[in-house]
Design a protein around this ligand. Structure first.
Ligand code: FAD
Ligand code: FES
Length: 287
């Protein structure tokens, strides 16, 4: 079920450094109970007099309906540009305007299946609510987390709590096995009967996992992170080529048609361009 998004003036409850990231908790009455795993929220950044007009999108790590202060959302922020640096530096009690829930959540299986959840860097954030939801349905949940280095992994302790088995891979070997998270996913696929893979992380990781899923005949549900401007389906900033069930390729908006897509429907090699076969694309002969 998709809920209509709300726009809420939230209050920052806490801001903690966790490895290379900032974990922020915002009191946002009304939104947490509407969040499903895979939904995202869009935050205005920069304060009242800012010239940074576009909201910034973030996956939801945890959504608590009730608490001492009211419903809260927890988000994981990787500070790099103007908006994320502003969020990472916020003191408690700062007001933040939040819109959510946005996007389509991860589709959940009807039957108790064996699921593999794969997260790259802060891309693990939406997988914890998903793991809880899957386990509530009787699913077995394995997880593979990967990042460049140990400080860029998020949620390894929490992952032990919400999963049946956890594999960790880092590029530099500072935690877990040295290598790519896709290598860890491959060895899980080789030794277990995985029914479905859920993944969130960088596009090359999602593309490689889709290929891997194809090798083992396992569906891969990918939460993509395409640059967004409006977040509500109007501006077409976030489009990527996706083949529909009718076989037709369309430029799909990842903010409203996604961010979760079946990996085998996405034309990964063509992201950033409009393939000629896309519905409505100009043909080479028309140039
Ligand atoms: C669904 C989703 C979930 C995400 N989850 C997380 C998360 O959990 N944690 C996290 O740290 N990050 C997450 N991100 C990434 C996060 O949104 C970006 O890192 C953030 O927007 C960067 O903002 P900035 O101001 O720091 O960077 P900057 O590079 O200064 O600004 C980037 C912003 O510029 C705008 N922009 C970019 N390209 C264009 C364009 N072509 N046209 C118009 N505007 C453009 C967009 O609003 C974009 O958000 C997520 C992104 C998406 C789409
Ligand atoms: S971000 Fe504007 S249509 Fe998706």
């Amino acid at each position: 079920m998709n809920f209509q998004p709300l726009q809420v003036e939230g209050e920052l409850l806490s801001n903690k450094r966790v490895g290379a990231y900032h974990l922020i908790t915002i009191v946002v009455p009304g939104i947490p109970e509407r969040i499903r795993p895979g939904n995202f929220v869009a935050l205005s950044v920069g304060g009242e007099s800012t010239s940074t007009l576009l909201r910034r999108s973030f996956s939801v790590y945890q959504a608590q309906e009730r608490g001492l202060y009211g419903g809260t959302l927890e988000l994981v922020i990787s500070a790099h540009g103007a908006g994320t640096r502003w969020l990472a530096a916020l003191p408690p009690h700062q007001m933040i305007n939040v819109v959510g829930p946005l996007g389509r959540p991860f589709p959940l299986p009807k039957d108790p299946v064996h699921a593999l959840l794969v997260g790259g860097g802060y891309g693990s954030a939406p997988l914890f609510m998903l793991a809880d939801a899957l386990r509530q349905r009787g699913c077995r949940v394995d997880m593979a987390l990967g990042a460049a280095s140990a400080d860029r992994l998020f949620g390894t302790l929490e992952a032990r709590r919400v999963t049946n088995a956890l594999s960790i891979a880092t590029d530099d070997g500072s935690l877990g096995v040295q290598g790519r998270v896709t290598d860890a996913a491959r060895s899980i696929l080789e030794r277990s009967n995985i029914d479905v893979i859920y993944a969130c992380g960088p596009m090359p990781m999602l593309s490689a996992l889709t290929t891997l899923g194809g090798e083992f005949d396992v569906m891969v549900q990918c939460a993509v992170e395409e640059s967004m401007a409006c977040g509500i389906g109007i501006c077409m900033t976030c489009v990527l080529p996706v083949r529909g069930s009718d076989g037709v390729v369309r430029m799909s908006r990842s903010c409203v048609d996604g961010p979760v897509f079946a990996g085998d429907r996405v034309l990964w090699e063509s992201i950033g361009s409009v393939p000629e076969e896309t519905l409505g694309a100009p043909k080479a002969s028309e140039h």
